[in-house]
Design a binder for this molecule. Sequence first.
Ligand SMILES: Cc1cc2nc3c(=O)[nH]c(=O)nc-3n(C[C@H](O)[C@H](O)[C@H](O)COP(=O)(O)O)c2cc1C
Length: 194
Amino acid sequence: MPAAQRLIIAITGATGAVYGVRLLQVLRDTPGIETHLLVSDAGVLNLHQELDMNRKDVEALAHVTHSIRNIGASIASGSYQSAGMVVAPCSMRTLAAVAHGLSDNLIARAADVTLKERRRLVLMVRETPFNLAHLRNMTAVTEMGGIIYPPLPGFYHRPQSIADMVDHTVGRVLDLFSIPHALTPRWNGIKSTD
Ligand SMILES: Cc1cc2nc3c(=O)[nH]c(=O)nc-3n(C[C@H](O)[C@H](O)[C@H](O)COP(=O)(O)O)c2cc1C
């Protein structure tokens, strides 16, 4: 599998498990993409709380799965190539681990590898309001080349449902990896108000 086609997806314990699930659903149906999935223990809690899904349900959506405790997995090494990684959603705990290069589980390690290899790292951080530690950690990840992508819904495309909002957000993440999709209409400018 060419490196450009592999994508690492991590689901952590912030609210918004639906973003990771939707990403996996779309990528499963995208030809030539191989997803590598990681789910933290708190991520499993939220999958159950928010979507009535268990670990097996979500793992069934991925091509390859890894335990976050398997620090010897393929994706723990920079020599195993990938197009990059999305943490969807990303908790403040995982954000802090990435910002400080802790590599204390396979999610933080894979993110660390993604940054050191200068590949694309997208963190769909979710918390509100932010404290100074959160803000500083987001700055640190940005300084290292990562992309902080909080899943904040837009309203200009007139979403009719939560699913529309989720698809819009997920579609913009796919744009960051130049992965084609038809999840959301493209903006063509404001129509005349005259
Ligand atoms: C229902 C629920 C919702 C949570 N929502 C958030 C959240 O939006 N953002 C966040 O940073 N942590 C949130 N947490 C706390 C994290 O799950 C917790 O900090 C956990 O240690 C994160 O671990 P992880 O990064 O390994 O997934 C939530 C926890 C629960 C149980």
